[in-house]
Design a protein around this ligand. Structure first.
Ligand code: LHQ
Length: 261
């Protein structure tokens, strides 16, 4: 069974973590297949949005704790090397992809699996799903951007408590706190996530890419720097066919037909 399954849809791709018997925990093979699937989606001009989800009852349980990491030396694995090689590039791929990435969290998201979800652009979760900063439970610290995303999304008090206790937060609470976009009834999750991704695939893709770029920089920039960046990216996006179409459609009182360029 391949650890990642990709389904091509009109204008978008669904990428499914596919190790359900292990709650889609990460092995090296799954990391490599996911990187390839994301790179293919990024390179395909016909693909204008991505949906990431998991097979079975879990979304992703983080690192597969049975998997022996390849860079093991002298009995103790170098976790920093694993992070450098697999987890950090994954977070950078998701954040850096010039297309929107929707995440449908279909079940438990633990450790790096939780933080991979937070790295996506719009997160929907089944009401039965839970988010767990499980790292401390096994003597580790949050990685995959957890200590970056959590305080920015939910504030320092909640971020600290989640990271230090490793306690679970359910989807409804996560949505109420602003950790995710929406909690959805379990039987509606996939339909809603697919409809949202399909809709995003018809939107002005270059503008969405630049919205991502702006928000990615917003945490580190001061207001002046961010105003300058908005000016520059607005200038760039103002040169797209989609901007022209957007304005024309508005003036002609019709729905825009965005081409994604
Ligand atoms: C698993 C896993 C798993 C293997 C469930 N591995 N089998 C980065 C760099 C390098 C190294 C270290 O890590 C990292 C980043 C990280 O992600 S560290 C955090 C790693 N993840 C965890 O510590 C979570 C471990 N899993 C759990 O705590 C539970 O499984 C959760 C709370 C996710 C779900 O609990 P349940 O719903 O009760 O399911 P379960 O525990 O019964 O799991 C089902 C099966 O999946 C079970 O196998 P079995 O053969 O007994 O049916 C688990 O052993 C297996 N599984 N997570 N990470």
């Amino acid at each position: 069974m391949t650890p990642i399954r990709t389904e091509a849809r009109p204008g978008w791709r669904k990428i499914v973590l596919n190790r359900p018997e292990r709650l889609n925990a990460f092995t090296v093979a799954m990391h490599e297949a996911l990187a390839e699937a994301l790179d293919e989606a990024a390179a395909d001009a016909a693909c204008r949005a991505v949906l990431l989800t998991g097979e079975g009852r879990g979304f992703c349980a983080g690192q597969d704790l049975n998997d022996r990491v390849p860079d093991e030396a002298g009995g103790r694995p170098d976790l920093g090397a694993t992070i450098e090689r697999y987890y950090n590039p994954l977070v950078r791929r998701l954040r850096g992809m010039e297309k929107p990435v929707v995440c449908a969290v279909n079940g438990v998201a633990a450790g790096a699996g939780a933080n991979m979800a937070l790295a996506c652009d719009i997160v929907l979760a089944a009401k039965s799903a839970k988010f767990i900063q499980a790292f401390v439970r096994i003597g580790l610290v949050p990685d995959s951007g957890g200590t970056y995303f959590l305080p920015r999304l939910i504030g320092d008090a909640r971020a600290r408590a989640l990271a230090i206790t490793g306690d679970a937060v359910d989807a409804a609470q996560a949505a109420q706190w602003g950790l995710i976009w929406q909690a959805v009834d379990d039987d509606r999750l996939m339909a809603e996530a697919e409809a949202l991704t399909a809709r995003l695939a018809t939107q002005p893709t270059r503008a969405i890419a630049m919205i991502k770029a702006l928000l990615n920089r917003s945490g580190a920039n001061d207001l002046d720097a961010q105003l300058n960046l908005e000016r520059d990216l607005q200038r760039a996006v103002g040169d797209t066919t989609d901007y022209l179409e957007g304005v024309q459609a508005f003036l002609e009182k019709r729905e825009p037909r965005f081409a994604g360029r």
